[in-house]
Design a protein around this ligand. Structure first.
Ligand code: C2O
Ligand code: CU
Ligand code: CU
Length: 515
C-alpha cells in the first residue's frame, strides 16, 4: 500500500546537545520551543512536516550533572490545528481551542508542579477560561543516580498524537560514580532513539483517524486501541546506518515508540553487554543475546566491534516480520565496521558496576493489587482501565510520603502492558502466572505456577516494566522524596489516552496535621 523504502541509505543523525542560556548558583537554565518544521527522514521520501522541541526530532539533548538543578522553560509555539486527525469524542478534545501540550521528564524525581501533570496543559495562547501563558518553567533537582531520561509530551487525551508528531527528546544525567568506571565515552557513547512511524507517499505522517483503524494493525483488533508504524526510525531517520571503528561503543537506547515493543538482537552472533536500565547502572554487567524492549524503557549497552572489522552488523527486531512477508520491521539499523581505529581502545568494561540496595529490606506498609482490564465506552469503543477506574475517578492510590509499598499489576487482558509510575524508580520483585480462562469465568485468580524472577537485565532500577498478560507483576517502591499528585499509567500511548492512566497521591501526613 505505502511506498517501500531502501534500507540503510541514510547516515544515523547525531543528537545535538543543547547549551544552557545561563548558569547561576541555582542551576542551569534552558529554553525549548515546540514548533512545526520540515525534515527529510529518508533519502527517497519528500520532507515530512513534524512537530519538535526547538524544531528538531528527536529534540535536542540536555546533559545534566547529579545534584545540579536544571530549569527548562517549555514554550508552545505550535499551530492551533493538529497535524494529525484528532478523534474528538473523548476527554473533551472537541472543546479544543488550540493544541494542548505539557512536558514530562520521564524518570525524574521532581515536585508535582514540575512533573507535567496531564491536566496541567497549556496551548499556544489560549485556554477555555481565557488567555493564559504559552510557556511553563519546570525545575528538575537531579538528586538521583546518573541515567538516561527522556522528555515527551503528556497532555491529557492527546499524548499519542503529540508524541507521534515528534514531541520527544533525551536527557542524560551524569554522576561521579559512573564517570569513575572508564566506560566508552565521547565519540564512542551514542544515544539512539528508536521509534516507528508510517508515511504517506508525499512524505507526510500517516496516523489513522479512528482507533478502530489503528487496531486493525494488531493481532487482536477487537479490544485494543494501538498503532504500529511500518517504518523504523533511529534518531529521526528511517533505517539508518552508522560507521564505527573496531572497538567498544556504549549505546544509550530509548524505545520512544507509541505502541511497538521490540526484541533487540544483533546478527553475526554479536552480543550485548548490558550495563544499565531505566534508573542507571545495574549491579553487574549482563550478557544478553536478545533484549525485550518495551515503550519508554531505556537500556545502556556496550557493543564490542573489535573482532568485526570490515563487517556490517544489523540491529534486528525479532518481533517484526515473522507472520507477514511485507512487514519490514524486523530490522532497525546497520553498523558498518569500516572506520580505521583512531586510538587504542582504553575503555574498560568492569563486571561489577554499582551498588543497589534491595528495597525488600525496608518496612513494607502494604500491597496494592491493581488490575489491568479491557472495557469499552458508551459507544462500544475499546477502553483499557486500571482497577476498573477511569482517569476522572477520585484517587484510590495514596501512599504515605517515605513509605515503601508493593504494587501488584494483575494483567487480565491478553496483551502486555508497559506500566510506568511517575516520581519513583522501583524494583521488580516477580511475575506470577495465573489462569486467564478461569479468571474470565468467575473472576478468581488461580495461580498456575510459582513467582518468577525478573529477567537478569530488569533487576536494577526501573520506572517502566512489562506486565505480561495473565501474570501478576509485583514491584516495590519507596514513595519519596516529594508529596502531591502524580500519575501512573500504561506507556503504550494509545492505551494511556484511552483511559489506561490514573492519578495517585503521595500523602505527607505532617502537612495534613497542620491544616
Ligand atoms: Cu513517559 Cu507518564 O510518561
Ligand atoms: Cu514518567
Ligand atoms: Cu497498555
Amino acid at each position: 500500500m505505502r511506498r517501500k523504502l531502501e534500507k540503510f541509505v541514510d547516515l544515523l543523525p547525531e543528537i545535538r546537545l543543547l547549551k544552557p542560556y545561563k548558569k547561576t548558583k541555582y542551576g542551569a537554565h534552558y529554553e525549548m520551543t515546540m514548533k512545526q518544521f520540515r525534515k527529510k527522514v529518508h533519502r527517497d521520501l519528500p520532507p515530512t512536516t513534524l512537530w519538535g522541541y526547538n524544531g528538531q526530532f528527536p529534540g535536542p539533548m540536555i546533559e545534566a550533572n547529579r545534584d545540579e538543578p536544571v530549569h527548562v522553560t517549555w514554550l508552545n509555539q505550535l499551530p492551533s490545528k493538529h497535524l494529525l486527525p484528532v478523534d474528538v469524542s473523548i476527554h473533551g478534545l472537541d472543546q479544543l481551542p488550540a493544541v494542548r501540550t505539557v512536558v514530562h521528564l520521564h524518570g525524574i524525581e521532581t515536585k508535582p508542579e514540575s512533573d507535567g501533570h496531564p491536566e496541567a496543559w497549556y496551548t499556544n495562547n489560549f485556554r477555555e477560561t481565557g488567555p493564559t501563558f504559552s510557556r511553563k518553567t519546570f525545575t528538575y533537582p537531579n538528586h538521583q543516580r546518573g541515567s538516561l531520561l527522556w522528555y515527551h509530551d503528556h497532555a491529557m487525551g492527546i499524548t499519542r498524537l503529540n508524541v507521534y508528531a515528534g514531541l520527544a527528546g533525551m536527557y542524560i544525567l551524569r554522576d561521579k560514580q559512573e564517570e569513575a568506571l572508564n566506560l566508552p565515552m565521547g565519540d564512542y557513547e551514542i544515544p539512539l532513539m528508536i521509534t516507528d512511524r508510517s508515511f504517506n507517499d508525499d512524505g507526510s505522517l500517516f496516523y489513522p483517524s479512528q482507533p478502530d483503524d489503528a487496531a486493525a494493525n494488531l493481532p487482536n483488533p477487537s479490544i485494543l486501541p494501538a498503532f504500529n508504524g511500518d517504518k523504523i526510525l533511529v534518531n529521526g531517520k528511517i533505517w539508518p546506518y552508522l560507521e564505527v571503528e573496531p572497538r567498544k561503543y556504549r549505546f544509550r537506547i530509548l524505545n520512544a515508540s507509541n505502541t511497538r515493543s521490540y526484541r533487540l538482537r544483533l546478527d553475526s552472533n554479536t552480543l550485548f553487554q548490558q550495563i544499565g536500565s531505566d534508573g542507571g547502572l545495574l549491579r553487574s554487567t549482563v550478557e544478553m543475546e536478545e533484549i525485550n524492549f518495551q515503550p519508554a524503557e531505556r537500556i545502556d549497552v556496550i557493543i564490542d566491534f573489535s573482532k568485526a572489522a570490515g563487517q556490517s552488523i544489523i540491529l534486528k527486531n525479532d518481533l517484526g516480520a515473522n507472520a507477514n512477508p511485507d512487514d519490514e520491521t524486523g530490522e532497525i539499523m546497520q553498523f558498518r565496521v569500516t572506520k580505521p581505529l583512531k586510538n587504542k581502545d582504553s575503555s574498560h568494561l568492569p563486571s561489577a558496576l554499582s551498588v543497589i540496595p534491595s528495597l525488600k529490606q525496608n518496612d513494607v506498609s502494604g500491597i496494592r493489587y491493581l488490575k489491568l482490564v479491557g472495557s469499552s465506552d458508551e459507544f462500544d469503543r475499546p477502553l483499557l482501565l486500571l482497577s476498573n477506574k477511569h482517569w476522572h475517578d477520585p484517587v484510590t492510590e495514596n501512599p504515605r510520603l517515605g513509605s515503601t509499598e508493593i504494587w501488584g499489576f494483575t494483567n487480565t487482558t491478553n496483551f502486555s502492558h508497559p506500566i510506568h509510575i511517575h516520581l519513583v524508580q522501583f524494583q521488580v520483585l516477580e511475575h506470577q502466572p495465573f489462569d486467564l480462562d478461569q479468571y474470565n469465568i468467575d473472576g478468581k485468580i488461580i495461580f498456575t505456577g510459582p513467582p518468577q524472577s525478573p529477567a537478569a537485565n530488569n533487576r536494577g532500577w526501573k520506572d517502566t516494566i512489562e506486565a505480561p498478560a495473565a501474570n501478576i507483576t509485583r514491584v516495590i517502591a519507596k514513595f519519596a522524596p516529594y508529596s502531591g499528585e502524580f500519575v501512573w499509567h500504561c506507556h503504550i500511548l494509545e492505551h494511556e489516552d484511552y483511559d489506561m492512566m490514573r492519578p495517585y497521591m503521595v500523602v505527607d501526613e505532617d502537612e495534613y496535621d497542620e491544616k
